[in-house]
Write a protein that binds this ligand. Structure first.
Ligand SMILES: *Cc1c(COP(=O)(O)O)cnc(C)c1O
Length: 377
């Protein structure tokens, strides 16, 4: 099946007893067993396994071209579970423009537990090569990054990791691109993570996460952690993400077309100093983006004259709502330095205070451009 067909059908089938076409929401904590130690189809207890979650996990695995997926209560819970693979003393090479919550987890939770992190510009593979050590167990990438939309060549980093004697895992946070625009496992990554809160859910009505892998051993270790730690999503949350996934391709086409139009408008505007969008020819990694991604995605950021101007613009839009998060059908605007990325102030991950970030929704592009024009004016 092609990708658009997988979106609608992978992992789901009509309910065998009623024919209900939508996956039932199995609101149950436990399951009646046929005999002592004889659960039906492995369903014993819903922290371990729930049929609505099973359907979601099969769907996400198929979309990423992976053999296995595991669903979590949030993107952060998914990332946390991946980090628990690493014994104390492990070293991790991380992109220097990662999601603020990822940086906080690494620095405030895992550094005190004995993991070491080195932050480098992963758009420059030689910087990653130089940071690798004997005890490097993982390379953590985000591409495109949040909020500067920098693009890393996943294939180049995977090749580098696979040829290094330490053989670190390459983990890619694919939240911004989604598997419709970019499939990291096909490019050599070992682990893909998602905040399903964003484009996979797509309607700003659920918080969730996922991890996808190819290797059965890695899956076994992660499934053990998923059950042992227990940061699992409830069945209703799984249902909402599953429902969102069905329209991912049509939404991403519109998000990308709108974002491209908005980016081109901003690039022409005299009050805008710089626009960050992977599919603008002026983007520093334009060639890599064109090779690795199907379209530019829905996120755009731009720089204005001053921090005060950034705040004024973000407070002046009428259609773009002033809010954190991203990936929903409605357009959002925010100032990262004061909102989503406030926790990176004073660190190597600090973002310019003049930066404005847009999550471009699926409204009509002309209305979105008119809204930005009046806000900039
Ligand atoms: C939102 C986000 C996360 C965290 O996910 P939650 O669902 O909010 O826990 C991780 N990575 C990226 C790129 C994100 O945008």
């Amino acid at each position: 099946m092609r990708f658009e067909t997988l979106l609608v059908h992978a992992g789901v089938e009509p309910d065998p007893t009623t024919g209900a076409i939508m996956t039932p929401v199995y609101l149950t904590s436990t399951y009646v067993q046929d005999g002592v130690g004889r659960p039906r189809q492995g369903y014993e207890y819903s922290r371990t396994k729930n049929p609505t979650r099973t359907a979601l996990e099969a769907s996400i695995a198929a979309l990423e071209g992976g053999a296995y997926a595991l669903a979590f209560a949030s993107g952060m819970a998914a990332i946390d579970t991946v980090m628990r693979l690493l014994p104390p003393g492990s070293h991790v090479v991380v992109g220097n423009d990662v999601y603020g919550g990822t940086y906080r987890l690494f620095e405030r939770v895992y550094r005190p537990y004995g993991l070491e992190f080195t932050y480098v510009d992963t758009t420059q593979p030689e910087q990653v090569a130089q940071a690798l050590r004997e005890e490097t167990r993982m390379i953590w990438l985000e591409t495109p990054t949040n909020p500067l939309l920098r693009v890393t060549d996943i294939q180049a980093i995977a090749r580098l990791a696979h040829n290094h004697p330490a053989r670190p895992w390459v983990a890619v946070d694919n939240t911004f691109a989604t598997p419709y625009l970019q499939r990291p496992l096909e490019l050599g990554a070992d682990i893909v993570v998602h905040s399903t809160t964003k484009y996979l859910g797509g309607h700003s009505d659920v918080v969730g996460g996922a991890v996808v892998v190819q290797d059965p051993d890695l899956h076994e270790r992660l499934a053990f952690l998923q059950n042992a730690v227990g940061a699992v999503p409830g069945p209703m949350d799984c249902f909402l993400v599953l429902r969102g996934i069905k329209t991912l391709a049509v939404r991403m086409d519109r998000h990308s077309a709108n974002a491209q139009a908005v980016a081109e408008f901003l690039a022409r505007h005299p009050k805008v100093k710089r626009v960050h969008y992977p599919f603008l020819p002026t983007h520093p990694q334009y060639e890599v983006a064109r090779r690795q991604m199907k379209a530019g995605g829905g996120m755009v950021s731009f720089e204005v004259e001053s921090p005060e101007e950034a705040i004024r613009v973000a407070e002046s839009t009428k259609i773009f709502a002033l809010a954190e998060s991203l990936g929903g059908v409605e357009s959002l605007i925010e100032v990262p330095a004061a909102m989503t990325h406030a926790s990176t102030a004073g660190s190597t991950l600090e973002v310019p205070a003049t930066l404005v970030r847009l999550s471009v929704g699926i409204e009509h592009a002309d209305d979105l451009i008119a809204d930005l024009e009046q806000a900039l004016g």
